[in-house]
Design a protein around this ligand. Structure first.
Ligand SMILES: CC(C)(COP(=O)(O)OP(=O)(O)OC[C@H]1O[C@@H](n2cnc3c(N)ncnc32)[C@H](O)[C@@H]1OP(=O)(O)O)[C@@H](O)C(=O)NCCC(=O)NCCS
Length: 197
């Protein structure tokens, strides 16, 4: 029997499990796109990691397959674009839905569940919630691996960036965005949201 798939907001007590998932995902899936020393530096520096503000805001979600934590990711109505609690360039300032784009934040999939549509499912959930929050567009700083996911889900962008992660190392990425339909909380272009179990 296929285990049941569920999505729920992350709770403070989930933090240790989320932190473990982020490290595992970064080290295994992130290592396909970045040198291992850059992955370690990203985890150490807080460029990749747990952002408890998202959990407090109830905008960070978990995908569970049975009891297995299979993926995490979220959106935000705050200005911070990426990074953990102790990351750089943080701002808790609330964005204005009439003027600003909501953020897509911190997507990490358990390697055992990669390429089964879980991140796309989470994206659809975030887009709907941001739309219901009044936002008409979403923005994010995608890493190389993430860029494929977001392009496959209707995000565009060509401004390449490099995040400094310490020790002279960087993570390469790209700034991306997508318009969504505010009234219905639905995306205007396709989001692939089907779990292939
Ligand atoms: C990026 C990541 C979140 C994708 O999660 P996922 O659940 O495997 O993604 P999905 O199954 O929803 O992928 C949907 C589509 O996106 C594209 N895609 C996703 N990951 C891809 C990859 N590594 N290479 C090429 N295309 C990819 C494909 O078109 C895929 O569809 P397909 O499998 O039918 O070809 C996952 O690889 C991950 O956690 N990586 C490490 C952390 C990270 O880089 N996070 C992003 C931070 S911006």
């Amino acid at each position: 029997m296929t285990p049941e798939l569920s999505i729920r907001p992350a709770l403070p007590e989930d933090c240790p499990a989320i932190a473990r998932l982020i490290s595992l995902s970064a080290r295994e899936l992130g290592a396909n796109d970045h040198p291992p020393d850059a992955v370690e530096a990203a985890l150490r520096s807080g460029a990749w990691g747990l952002d408890r503000q998202l959990i407090a805001d109830r905008t960070y979600y978990l995908v569970l397959v049975g009891k297995d934590l299979a993926a995490c990711g979220g959106w935000s109505f705050r200005r911070t674009l990426y990074g953990a609690d102790d990351g750089q360039a943080r701002s808790a300032e609330r964005l204005d839905p009439a003027r600003d784009s909501a953020r897509i934040r911190a997507f990490f999939v358990n390697p055992r569940y990669a390429r089964r549509g879980l991140a796309s499912l989470l994206l659809a959930c975030c887009e709907k919630a941001a739309g219901l929050g009044g936002f008409r567009s979403l923005e994010l700083a995608a890493t190389v691996g993430g860029e494929h996911l977001y392009r496959a889900n209707g995000y565009t962008g060509s401004e390449h960036i490099e995040y400094a992660v310490g020790d002279g190392l960087t993570l390469k990425g790209v700034l991306m965005a997508k318009r969504i339909c505010r009234r219905q909380g639905q995306n205007t272009t396709g989001t692939r949201s089907e779990f292939h179990g």
